[in-house]
Design a protein around this ligand. Structure first.
Ligand SMILES: O=C(CO)[C@@H](O)[C@H](O)[C@H](O)[C@H](O)COP(=O)(O)O
Ligand SMILES: [Zn+2]
Length: 197
């Protein structure tokens, strides 16, 4: 096996995926900025969740809202639902793993909030249930998926936003997800602080 060409193919495939995502997702991404900006400037908050690498992405994103992205600004309200081990173990143990995010959306979610749901397959049951709970709370959903969107596609309302990365491999999808989340932070900051860096 030529390892260098194997590694080169990752760069090539990532470049192609980013280009295809830019074409498909720049418009909905801009709508996502407006949705999140409206929430955080209107007394709402962002609830974010994901599993595995997407859990890391959810908490990374929320840290940039509550803390800062590139520039100093007021703290923005957000909670990563995959970070509290006591809640995750208690709810997982007592109600099942599929309920770990749903339960928290039901506890914390209010009209005016937004759920950011991250799933590369679009099929994780705990994410699907979080989306249903968000809808019950009148919360719009910003879904980051791939692989055609999986079961999430059928759950979303027209008023939700679906950023579906056009790729079948989780690794590539996740790489674009972090780009999308950083772009959302940048867009919110541009609206809050002006568009010059
Ligand atoms: O990061 C990776 C793979 O790159 C894994 O940890 C991955 O996130 C986990 O297998 C997740 O459970 C996958 O869930 P999902 O993205 O399909 O909702
Ligand atoms: Zn990963």
């Amino acid at each position: 096996m030529d390892m260098t060409s194997r590694m080169t193919s990752h760069f090539d495939d990532a470049i192609d995926t980013v280009k295809a995502s830019s074409k498909a997702l720049a418009g909905p991404l801009a709508a996502g900025v407006d949705l999140l900006f409206g929430a955080v400037t209107g007394n709402g908050k962002i609830l974010a969740c994901g599993n595995g690498g997407s859990a890391a992405d959810a908490q990374h994103f929320i840290a940039e809202l509550v803390g800062r992205f590139e520039r100093d600004r007021l703290p923005l309200a957000g909670v990563a639902l995959n970070t509290d081990t006591s809640i995750l173990t208690a709810v997982g143990n007592d109600y099942g793993f599929d309920a770990i995010f749903e339960r928290q959306v039901s506890a914390l979610g209010q009209s005016g909030d937004v759920l950011v749901a991250i799933s590369s397959s679009g099929n994780s049951p705990n994410i699907l249930r979080a989306i249903e709970a968000a809808h019950e709370r009148d919360m719009p959903v910003l879904a980051l998926t791939g692989k055609g969107g999986g079961n999430i596609s059928a759950l979303l309302y027209e008023t939700d936003i679906h950023l579906c990365v056009p790729h079948e491999r989780t690794m590539r999808i996740q790489e674009v997800h972090i780009l999308l989340l950083h772009a959302l932070c940048d867009g919110i900051d541009a609206l809050l602080l002006g568009d010059t860096l």
